[in-house]
Structure formats: structure tokens, C-alpha cells
Write a protein that binds this ligand. Sequence first.
Ligand SMILES: Nc1ncnc2c1ncn2[C@@H]1O[C@H](COP(=O)(O)OP(=O)(O)O)[C@@H](O)[C@H]1O
Ligand SMILES: [Mg+2]
Length: 330
Amino acid sequence: MTDQGKINREGARPASLFERADAAWGLDPRERAPRVPPVPLDIPPVPAALRRPVAPQAAPQPGQAAPQAAPQAAQSASATPAPRAVVFSGPDVAIDREHLRDGGLIVPEDPVTGLLEEFRIVKRELLADARTGASARSRRILVCSPHSGEGKTYCAANLAIALAAERNLEVLLVDADVVQPSITERFGIEDARGLMDALADPRVLPESLVLRTDIEGLFVLPAGTATSNDAEYLASTRTAEVLDRLTEGAPDRIVIFDTPPALAASAAAELAQHVGQALLVVRADETSRAALEDAQQLLSACADIKLLLNAARYSPSGRRFGSYYGAKGK
Ligand SMILES: Nc1ncnc2c1ncn2[C@@H]1O[C@H](COP(=O)(O)OP(=O)(O)O)[C@@H](O)[C@H]1O
Ligand SMILES: [Mg+2]
């Protein structure tokens, strides 16, 4: 891993952010890996509380033969009933729009900006793949990058806001960066218990910790209380239970995970096992090819890794500007 070349992307105008990154690196993870991840074999049994109640059978009258079940009915009776989606039941919180604006995030009520257009393109690609997959896992998306400061939280938050604008879609933004949590701060809301509390204590219902924001369709699960065992909790079987509980039976629910740097903490690699797509954020002129390849390796449990080139600017002629895309005063 000696190649320290940085992203250099002059002279082309590709159609989407994914293509930009792929073209920049000569990598196309979608060719390497199937677009639709295989259905996982290790989904733990659905907790009894989540199962659909089975309607009581009418007892046969005396002397009457028990009704013969139709073959189709018999088949569905033997199949595991589909779980019902849990309802997010945490506190209501108001997101300060001015705070969003100051942080360079999308403000839902504002006129359409270039930033929103970029994230619309990103969300279309992610949604298409999320909807193709049949499992709850396909609707879970990890946002990660090799190092800190490359724009994971910025992209995760903007993506969540852009997705929440979709009609009938629920978006849950999970702060899985327990070392440096920042989602509540970016949204200007009070920190609260969250993911780590649900992982640490099996009696905690994760849905009861999900904050219901005043942006329609947008929900937040904060990182929660950090302990010295966070890595072990994330690696435990409880993680699958919690994530299944938050996503199963909800085909119109997308979960976005903001994570710590993939090369500095194990959370992204652990969560990669539970998601259908991983969005690997690459910061123009900063992320090295070696770091990107190492991160891809660590996330290899996820079959669908997409690259997102962040903070690049393009002129109409296709020449790249060096400053942040959408940055204020830069
Ligand atoms: N495309 C961008 N345009 C403007 N600011 C950005 C962009 N990407 C990241 N930033 C800013 O850069 C800083 C680091 O980004 P952040 O999302 O916190 O990185 P990470 O989560 O990877 O550590 C933040 O202040 C963020 O607002
Ligand atoms: Mg971050």
C-alpha cells in the first residue's frame, strides 16, 4: 500500500457522484459485487412480541368434521408470519432550520439548491437498490470513509434530509459514531440516549429512543451512552436484533448509519455485515488511494459498496475547482 496518489478528477463531466468517484479511481464496486445482496442466512428469529397475532380458529361443531384446509392456506399457515413494523416512540424534537443552514445542510423548506440536487441524484441510486432488495438489510445504508473530516456526517445528514422528502418514506438516521457523535449537534437538538444504550441493555426497546423530528419522515437515533465495551456491544448478536427490530416489516423505511472512520474504529466494519449498501465517502484531493483500498477491504462484508466523491467542484468545461462543493464563504 504505497500509492499515496490523491483523487484528481479534471476534464470530465460524468453523470453522477458515484460515477465521478468510480471514474476517478478506475474502480466500479458495482461491477465487482452484485447490485442485489444475497438474502442473509443468519437472520435471528423474530421476537414473539413482533409477530402478527394469529386469528383464533373456530372449533368444529360436535359431529362436524374439521374443515379441510385449502392447500394454499395450509402453506401460509406453516410459513413464518411477516413481522410488523415497530412504531418509533421516542420524544418529539424540533430541528432549528437556521442551525441547519449555518452548518451547510439542506433545509427542507428552502428553495432548491445545487446541494439538494446533488443529494437527489445520490438518493435515487440508493433508493433504487434499496427497493430492489427484498430483505430489511437492503434498506440499511452505511455512510463511511477511511478518515475523519472526509464528510461522513455531512453526507449522512444531507442524504437523510433529502430522502425524508420522499413521500411515504420514513428515514432513520442512526449515529453509530459513538466516539465522536455529532448528529444531534448538527441538527441543533439535545443529546439523548440512543444506539449504545439499546445495545448494552436488552430490556431497552430501541424504538423508544428514536427521536421524532419536525422534518416530516425524519427520525434520529443518537449514539447514546459510550462505555469501554462499545466495540464488543457492536460485535454482539444484540446488534442484529436491534437493527432487525427497527427495520423488519417496514418496506418504506430506510436506515442510514453515520459511522466513525473505518481505519480508526471497528464500528463501520462491524455494521457492514448488517447493511445492504455502504456509501464510501471520498474527499476530493484528500483521501489517498491506499486509504480507500484499505477501507474497502474492511467493509468487504457488504456486497454493495458505492463511492461518493465529496467536496469537489466542477466548472462547465469540466475542470475541477479545489474548494468545497456548497461550502459557505469558501
Ligand atoms: N461537501 C461539503 N461542503 C461543505 N462542507 C463540507 C462538505 N463535506 C464536509 N464538510 C464540512 O467538513 C467538516 C468535516 O465533515 P464531517 O462530515 O464532520 O466529516 P466526518 O464525519 O467524516 O468526520 C464539517 O464541518 C462539514 O460540515
Ligand atoms: Mg462524523
